[in-house]
Design a protein around this ligand. Structure first.
Ligand code: HEC
Length: 132
């Protein structure tokens, strides 16, 4: 085996390893793993994937507010979508995927937006108040 093909194999393995290890998983993948069980069919009155009328007023709250409230948990929506290992970034991207398939047009949040979301989550935590 040449050095070149050995290196190619090594990089292929690294690629598999990182894609398999939930390394910057796509919003779509997170949605399908974590959110679809409730938002796919509208369990407990969860706003359904693709239901533009239901999502419009939520989208209107803005990305920072809506992401933070949902990540913190609101009424029947469990914190972090019920997955304690889900990061703000992973959660945000899953929400972007859901919003963009339900009438919105959001981008994956940049560092500044993530910081603003974190701040809002912290404010909720301090308030320890699930009502709006
Ligand atoms: C166990 C079921 C369940 C899972 C899993 C779940 N949700 Fe929800 N979600 C709900 C329910 C129920 C509501 C409606 C809450 C209400 O208004 O009472 C909701 C509401 C929301 C809202 C609107 C919050 C608001 O301010 O009204 C967002 C945004 C959201 N979910 C995002 C997500 C994302 C993103 C995921 C996956 C990472 C996720 N949810 C996973 C049940 C779930």
């Amino acid at each position: 085996m040449s050095h070149k093909s050995a290196a190619f194999l090594l990089f292929s393995f690294l690629g598999l390893f990182f894609s398999g290890a939930a390394f910057a998983q796509s919003g779509e993948a997170t949605y399908k793993q974590v959110c679809v069980s409730c938002h796919g069919t509208g369990v407990l009155n969860a706003p359904k994937f693709g239901d533009k009328a239901k999502w419009a007023p939520l989208i209107a709250e803005g990305q920072v507010t809506l992401t933070a409230h949902a990540y913190f948990g609101v009424r029947a929506m469990p914190p972090k979508g019920g997955n304690p290992n889900l990061s703000i970034e992973g959660f945000s991207d899953a929400l972007v995927y859901m919003v963009n398939n339900s009438g919105g047009n959001w981008k994956s949040p940049d560092a500044q937006t993530i910081a603003a979301i974190n701040k809002e989550v912290e404010a909720r935590r301090v308030g320890a108040n699930k009502k709006r």
